[in-house]
Design a protein around this ligand. Sequence first.
Ligand SMILES: C[S@@+](CC[C@H](N)C(=O)[O-])C[C@H]1O[C@@H](n2cnc3c(N)ncnc32)[C@H](O)[C@@H]1O
Length: 227
Amino acid sequence: MSAVSKSYDNKGDPIIAYCTDRTTKQHALQKELTEATLKNAPMSMMLGAPEVLTFGENFLHLIGAKRVLDIGTYTGASALAWALALPDDGEVFTFDISHENYKKYGVSVISKCEKTFKKIKAIEGPAVEELEKLVANGQAGTFDFAFIDADKSNYSKYYDLALQLLRSGGVIFVDNSLWSGSVTVPAKRSDESTGAIHALNDKIFADDRTRSALLNFGDGLHIAFKK
Ligand SMILES: C[S@@+](CC[C@H](N)C(=O)[O-])C[C@H]1O[C@@H](n2cnc3c(N)ncnc32)[C@H](O)[C@@H]1O
């Protein structure tokens, strides 16, 4: 399995491989974490697509982001990407129901660079509840960017909570928005994850609170810009 791209699934498509090879840029720590995750971590297919992470890093620079919500930590690849792209006083709040994989694989790699590691605040627990706590604690409107990449059944709730927590002009990346193409097959939408992703794609398209674009990139990336 390639350590360079989530185009694991797209190896047969030369156009996707061509674009991915000319998009993905990884810091040495990202290469190390990718390798460790693919080699040793359980369910390594959950690893964030490097080309999507590179694209997200570009957005953080573009919008001058300082505070990021990273919903779904796994081994920490997306949290690391955002931490590398943020200024020294930036913060990544990374949420997971269990940080076992982050502690086992991510921490030992990322902590090699203290200034990057210290930007990451790991919050363990159900992400809906933890995001609701941030809203209740007066954090609405204080974040610049959100990456939604946890359990698909809660995708719509994550989107609504991220929208509350983002400032005007903030950006949401919803990962896996095509779910290997299954959202395009009506018969597959009875599957809980497929149905939830399909419903959120429709919801974002109809949402007056954002401007948006659904891209055939990685496993599908729905980008929403908060008005
Ligand atoms: C696709 S992985 C995240 C990948 C990561 N963003 C990356 O770039 O490598 C999804 C993660 O969501 C977590 N998760 C599942 N249900 C959750 C929940 N209810 N609340 C918080 N995290 C959850 C899983 O434990 C898993 O680590």
